[in-house]
Design a protein around this ligand. Structure first.
Ligand code: ADP
Ligand code: MG
Length: 244
């Protein structure tokens, strides 16, 4: 009986996953299709055309990131590992998320130490951090402050993302990171799970602290890589060894 229940739950998980992915991918594809059709109009000004193309590309980016989330879930591995300058990577994240924060009345503040390097894959690190930072912003429907910190703690790099949002209770904290756990109307419940799986492949750890009505802090600890090569040298080596 236990086995049967196990199988049923697995089936449920697979169909839920399929449903949530097709929903998340279909919307942006519909948007893209619509704007491509609008582009056929011969009377469009160049300005309008560029606007339509931008919207279509944004929508495709969104579909792509949903698929990336799913693939990471299916295949958590690290390819193309490089020495990453976390100061630089976190500035990238800040710039990337800034428009989304502004849209949500969220002010971003950063406190970043320099010269902290880890070994990892930049795209996976970005995906992980964006998922965490997005959750922080989404926890503040009335706006608020998002603090991103980077510091060295013994042999670890510690990245902490703190929001002034709605917070989580014990039960929510407990379920955080399991697939399809979401409290949002249009959530997938994949973001945290994907973030955790990426952190695990980088031999890192996560500590989450939260208080209802006060906010949440999400700390990621990653083992520091000794910087024997300069980032420029490492970048070149990474290019040499990257698969075509
Ligand atoms: P989604 O964002 O699609 O809901 P996630 O896996 O990213 O999926 O997050 C799962 C759930 O965890 C969220 O729906 C929310 O309830 C909770 N959560 C995650 N991060 C935070 C946060 N910073 N503050 C409050 N709740 C959070
Ligand atoms: Mg999320």
């Amino acid at each position: 009986l236990e086995n049967e229940i196990g199988k049923l739950e697995k089936l449920k998980t697979v169909s839920e996953l399929a449903a949530s992915i097709s929903h998340e991918v279909r919307n942006p594809l519909t948007v893209t299709k619509g704007f491509l059709q609008l582009l056929k109009d011969p009377d469009l000004t160049d300005e309008k055309k560029i606007g339509y193309i931008d919207i279509a590309v944004d929508a495709l980016d969104q579909a792509e990131s949903t698929i990336t989330d799913y693939l990471t879930f299916a295949k958590p591995s690290l390819e193309n590992i490089k020495l990453l300058d976390l100061h630089k990577e976190l500035i990238y994240i800040e710039n990337f998320i800034d428009p989304y924060a502004a849209m949500n009345n969220v002010q971003i503040e950063v406190h970043l130490q320099e010269d902290i390097y880890i070994a990892g894959e930049d795209q996976k690190l970005h995906q992980c951090l964006i998922n965490v930072v997005k959750n922080g912003i989404e926890s503040m429907p009335q706006g608020g402050k998002l603090l991103i910190e980077l510091r060295r703690v013994v042999d670890n790099a510690m990245i902490t993302v703190t929001d002034t949002g709605i917070g989580m209770d014990e039960e929510q904290l407990e379920r955080l990171g399991s697939p399809f756990f979401t409290t949002k109307d249009i959530g997938t419940g994949l973001g945290t799970m994907v973030a955790y799986s990426i952190i695990k492949t980088m031999r890192g750890e996560v500590v989450v602290k939260s208080e209802i009505g006060k906010g949440t802090s999400f700390s990621i600890l990653l083992p520091i890589a000794e910087n024997s090569l300069s980032p420029a040298e490492d970048n070149l080596l990474g290019k040499l060894s990257s698969p075509s």
